[in-house]
Design a protein around this ligand. Sequence first.
Ligand SMILES: Nc1ncnc2c1ncn2[C@@H]1O[C@H](COP(=O)(O)OP(=O)(O)OP(=O)(O)O)[C@@H](O)[C@H]1O
Length: 578
Amino acid sequence: MKSYLHNLTAGQPRMLLPSALSAVLDGLVKIVPAVLLVDLFNTLYRSFADPAAGLDLARMWIVCVVMLVWIGIEYATFSMLYDKTYRAAYLTAAQGRMELAEHLRRLPLGFFGKRDPADLTNLLLSDYAQVEHTISHNVPQLISAVMLPTLALCGLLFLDWRMAIALFAALPIGLLLLWLTDRLQARLSDNHVRAKNEAASRLQEYLGGIREIKAHHVGGARFERLRLSFDALMRASIRLEGVMGPLIMGAMLLTRSGMTLMIVTGTYVLAGGTLTLPTFLLFLLVGNKVFEPLTVVLMNYGEIRYSAFSAARIMDVRRENPLPGDQPAERGTIEFDRVRFGYEAGKPVLRDLSFTIPPRTITALVGPSGSGKSTVTRLIARFWEVDGGEIRIGGQRIRDCDPERLLEHISVVFQDVYLFRDTIGRNIGVGRPGATQEQIEEAARRACCHEFIQALPHGYDTPVGEGGSTLSGGEKQRISIARALLKDAPIVLLDEATASLDPENEQSVQQAINELVRSKTVILIAHRLKTIRGADRILVLDDGQLRESGTHDELVEQNGLYARLWKLQEEAGAWSLK
Ligand SMILES: Nc1ncnc2c1ncn2[C@@H]1O[C@H](COP(=O)(O)OP(=O)(O)OP(=O)(O)O)[C@@H](O)[C@H]1O
């Protein structure tokens, strides 16, 4: 039960307390009108049974006035229940979503390779919406459904145990039926969630690739995939409702059949003279009322189970272990000591790779495509964990470092710059939270982007489209360099920062990079070897191993892989369209 509640609230069962207490209070308040009704009924019955005594009008008036006052009390308790449950529901979901987003940020990137982005979006939006709905609706309903029948059973047992047992006799069978459908419900819910994720994923792919779809006229095939995923979602939804609906309805009717059993028993014992008519009528009245909350909760049983399933999915992700390590990061030499790594088991990408990079030097990584250059930079930033060997910075194993503190020491400039849907100023400010406007502008000046930003209609307050879609490649690249300049970290990783730029842009980006790398430990990847000629040292990788290392002149002299790559590029430089 504890873990069920834990799951149902996505790990925050304490948030249920205010809504649960209000629901109990609301349930208790609701009992009074039923008791008043019974009293009213008894008063009326007595006047018929003993016409000489007449109708006790004073009592009738008192009961009616108390009923009227009670409507006000019911309204007040209901308002409180409403306020507490909705507050708790939205707070749980808002806090839970933020905590989950924060948790996701701390997970190794390998985790995201295994999970579909649409699945994670669904987890944060629709699974939490389900939790929200459970706390605001289903939990108060559940409490009423347990509390009212329990209290009624106690009272009715006291009045006539035979009638009470007959009334509740079918309830355990109804509950057993529901319990037996649990596995089926879990399987259907699982299929439904999968179909929902697939549809969301196809839709995301369709919208994300709309440019390519238009350019290449691939509408037909993509439409078909999208249509198939929507069809599958429709079938999964129908199956979930269509199979579970009749089973739940069956359990509900079975439970309600207790009323019929009670009427049969009542008629029998009434005829035998061991039951009075008022008690029989009282059972009919209360019996009907008792089944109301039970009926509501049984009708929503599928939803409650689905919510528990959604919350269990959330909990699964929350149980994923973030990268370990709590030590502060050191500065100094970067050391690869027999590092082994692969993205997938059995497919090694780096094999026993060893090298050292002294502080405040520029090291270039060179090698054929797929040789592992970008992987080296990702491992330094600890985006992935090594499979064997060690990476040390300043003698400290990075696997012992707090990942966040390690990244404070590292600036990364990728080829494909991602800009947030925010103003240009705030996009640069990402490099150093709390940076002033002057610091942002100073970084932009050094990254050669101040002029083009100033020329924009709203300057630094100009909004950027998602991913930076409203800026050119060179402009995005310089903004990303301004971010890195603002961060001022001692280690700079440059992954193909000048690839795919035109000569004019390349010159300004190169100038910005020269600013960035001044007195830093720099590791850079560039396919065009002429851009790395001046590096202090060049490491040549091939198939995840270090083949050669040295300065440009030394490597050309060695006449190995680097010299071959250099020659190939020299020849390609002379190539032109005939
Ligand atoms: N996220 C990933 N999941 C699985 N395999 C990957 C992933 N990223 C890279 N790889 C594989 O790892 C190998 C090394 O990739 P890496 O990007 O480090 O090479 P690279 O030398 O930088 O290549 P390029 O010069 O083409 O950018 C390649 O075979 C690549 O297919």
